[in-house]
Design a protein around this ligand. Sequence first.
Ligand code: 5AD
Ligand code: SF4
Length: 474
Amino acid sequence: MKVYIRTYGCQMNDRDSENIAAEFVERGWEVTEDETKADAVIVNTCSVREQAEIKAIGKLGNVIKWRKSQGANFLPVVGVTGCMAQNLGPKLVKILPDLDFIAGARKTHKVADIAIEYYNKRMAGVRKPELKKGEKRTPATSDALVDVSDDLTSHLYIKKHLEKTGAKQVCALVSIMQGCQMNCSYCIVPKVRGVQRSRPADDIVDEVKTLAERGVKEVTLLGQVVNAFGRENAQKEKTSEFVRLLQKINDVDGVERIRFTSPHPAFFRDDLIEAYGSLEKLCEYVHLPLQSGSDRVLKEMRRPYRAEQFLRIVEKLRARSGRMSISTDVIVGYPGETDEDFEETRRIFRASGFDMAFIFKYSPRAGTLSAERPDDIPEDVKEARNKILLRDLEKQSLAFNNALIGTTQQILVEARAKRGENMFMGRTRTHRKVVFKGDESLVGRLLDVKIKAATVSALDAQLGPDFEAERGAE
Ligand code: 5AD
Ligand code: SF4
């Protein structure tokens, strides 16, 4: 039997989907990239912006339409999980009554069991309630299972990884916690993912060791507010739980690089800044969401820091390591955002020197505090502000990349590049994508390469003469 999994949203969702896939494999199923050959289709969803929900509903609608077009005996199970499943729950049965199951964001570790049970029932001849000719399915004739109940232990189960066959696995994601304890006015995440629950540190270290034994060289630790790891069980010690975890992972043999995402400025203390440089595997790249550069807007967003405090963290990080790369998230068009507020955002954006950023147009989400206010910034103003920041970003990214031309950079070779034969891709410690001519044997290796050219999004490189000589001697 085969499962096809489609994932929307963030890296935490990617990670959950991998866990779902591993659960299927443990039960004797295969993972397929071809949804037309699947016995179960799972869509793992996001609800952070309205557009994310529209996309996932569209996808599910298409899968169901296609299943119907194949005739009544066509069996694949179609289920939805993740944040949108949690957010809409039974409402999804109204929108898509042909769904087989809806498992919330805190139930992803149960998805394989739910889907397989459903599949077995189908195989045993159990069918959906019959419809009269021409009749459409409604919630009354739907047999969709809906499970969006809370589960305070779900974070303990996100630790299974797929063993890659064929290509080497170089990078891995590790979810170290679930949920969120912040209260940002615009954000649906606390509602859908629940309160913050951190995994036991030893369990995480064991997971990383297993990955390293399989050849993984780079781990990215994931959490909604990753640097608040362990704080809900708070003993307030000098070194934070998160930094202590980084130290333990830094000691794992075989791991060469550590990254994490996303930290929150409010918990970015000096011990974390000092970890750069003192933990040699910790890469000089931080994704630090700003959201707005206006103190007035930050306050309304219930972000507990001010623009100058944010800048101070950036300055300290840059003082700690000259080559630090910093990226961010910004929301434009938050209710009541004035031109002056936006100019403040631009100022902080420039002063921070971000070389990568995700810029989002504000999208009201039912159930959040800000959704109670009118979404009063017109779409064309949101669009214009979005464009302006993207243009600022482009300049900053290009300047960062251009400054690397002529330098030698260490890269970790990840995989074959999409561009051209014998082209491979790796990343610098600062997370810049580097493309170069090489061969399969280099995948998983740390190499020094010479940067030859740059665009906004990538660098072109050549292997150094030492390396060519080494290869010539082989
Ligand atoms: N509208 C627009 N962007 C949002 N984000 C979170 N909630 C919203 C919303 N309602 C953005 C934030 C967050 C990123 C993952 O998504 O910038 O950091
Ligand atoms: Fe989307 Fe947030 Fe859920 Fe990630 S945690 S999938 S960004 S709603």
